[in-house]
Design a protein around this ligand. Sequence first.
Ligand SMILES: Cc1ncc(C[n+]2csc(CCO)c2C)c(N)n1
Length: 257
Amino acid sequence: MQHPDPADFGAPGGLFRRLRDNCAAEWEHYAWHPFVRGLSDGTLPEDAFRRYLVQDYLFLIQFARAKALAVFKAESLDAMRDKTATIGALLDEMRLHVGYCAGWGIPEAELRRTPEAAETVAYTRYVLDRGFAGDILDLEVALVPCTVGYGEIARRILRDPGRLEAGNPYQSWIDAYAAPGYQALAKAAAARIDALGESHGGEIRFAALAATFTEATRLEARFWQMGLDAAEPGWRPGYRRDRTGWIQMAGTPGRPA
Ligand SMILES: Cc1ncc(C[n+]2csc(CCO)c2C)c(N)n1
């Protein structure tokens, strides 16, 4: 268990923190999943990361559709403008994602021809369904574990005593979400949930919103697990394979096996 983060997301008593605290066990499983710990200590099997990267590209396409739905559902012209700007940024980011995948030896043609995994379909269509059926708050609550979760995950990695700093193959991934620009975006997303909670009846709708938030959080953890399922069975954070089997790496102090 880590110490509280002084730069935590959302206001104390605000809707975002209430939703997160309401599913503390599910949130912990998502935000400190073995996949995340493997990114942090650098031992995540490459096959797991590659599976994740390809599916994440397909995920982002659906995420852009959900943001487009948020423009349609937006509560004000200002919100429509903000959302529209984030769609443009996301579509630009997807070009970076293609370049990043190429760096891992995954060509764009492979991204395009790979079918969506069941976990990708389940998560993205769940979010879209909450948006179709509900209002802007239902949709944003379904989206927020994704945006804020990655911000929190990057911060947890930076504070992890078992983190591999020099020569971590996943450092560029960590840097992307630890960057001030992304941290500000995640912070704004949590603040927006707090504000929509005030303006759109967060209190009286809490049970339904909490069900949506918890389900989206579970589906995020399933997304990590889908990546791990592509790796050779038996891996745990802190372990690498050699000819004789799984061996524990030195330099992961304070981490239970
Ligand atoms: C499964 C999955 N969950 C969350 C994110 C994070 N994320 C989703 S969209 C986006 C751009 C900003 O809105 C970011 C950072 C991801 N990439 N993949």
